[in-house]
Design a protein around this ligand. Structure first.
Ligand code: ADP
Ligand code: ZN
Length: 212
């Protein structure tokens, strides 16, 4: 299955993506995580991306399109993949279609803006493996430590109130139009985000017609 996840920042794409990745036994490709790794490693892409990300803006389409095309060409994507964070603009969606990559479904996780703001301010992620946590809604077993790898949990630099507002604006103006694009292609399904992660997962599985 080649799957795209769409949703506002903090809608639960990363969390549900991980669950789906285990269920379907395919990799999640998170462009946000790829960019954060690029920044850490001080690559060319990382240098370009940093100022955009910290301002809550989108990294330019051509940078992202090249990055994702290269990633999807790697052998571990042959049997399927879950794209988290790409496409984020109509131009990116069109480029993906034109590159000949076949998409089976596009899942939109719908969450209201006021819920998003609350969630992002309590969001944490593993500094080692990138696994997502939330200190209110999705706590790790040991405070401050990743359940999977024991890495330290950190708050992302773009999860601050001002940047969050920009990211939500960008989502509504630049990313949400891709829902109409995929709806027209007959690929769009929707799941409504719930308070509990496991309840959202139920909605996600229903939307994708997967057995629990
Ligand atoms: P979130 O969805 O929680 O905002 P991500 O981790 O997916 O965060 O992405 C973080 C940032 O990386 C975005 O705010 C944006 O600046 C950049 N980014 C990630 N994916 C893309 C993309 N496909 N196009 C442009 N910018 C991107
Ligand atoms: Zn970890």
């Amino acid at each position: 299955m080649n799957l795209i996840l769409v949703g506002a920042p903090g809608a639960g794409k990363g969390t549900q993506g991980e669950i789906l990745s285990e269920k379907l036994n395919i990799k999640t490709i998170s462009t946000g995580a790829m960019l954060r790794a690029a920044i850490k490693n001080e690559t060319e892409v990382g240098k370009t991306a940093k100022s955009y990300i910290d301002g809550g803006k989108l990294v330019p389409d051509e940078v992202m399109i090249n990055l994702v095309k290269e990633r999807l060409a790697e052998p571990d994507c042959e049997n399927g993949f879950i794209l988290d964070g790409f496409p984020r603009t109509t131009a990116q969606a069109q480029a993906l279609t034109e590159s000949g990559v076949k998409i089976d479904k596009v899942l939109s996780i719908e969450v209201d803006d006021d819920v998003i703001v609350e969630r992002l301010s309590s969001r944490r992620e593993c500094s080692k493996c990138g696994a997502p946590y939330n200190i209110v809604f999705n706590r790790p077993e040991v405070e401050g430590k990743c359940d999977k790898c024991g890495g330290d949990l950190i708050q992302r630099s773009d999860d601050n109130p001002e940047t969050i507002k920009n990211r939500l604006d960008v989502y509504h103006t630049q990313t949400e139009p891709i829902k109409a694009y995929y709806e027209e292609l007959g690929l769009l399904v929707k799941a409504y985000g719930q308070v509990e992660v496991k309840d959202t997962t139920k909605e996600v599985f229903k939307a994708l017609e997967l057995e629990v």
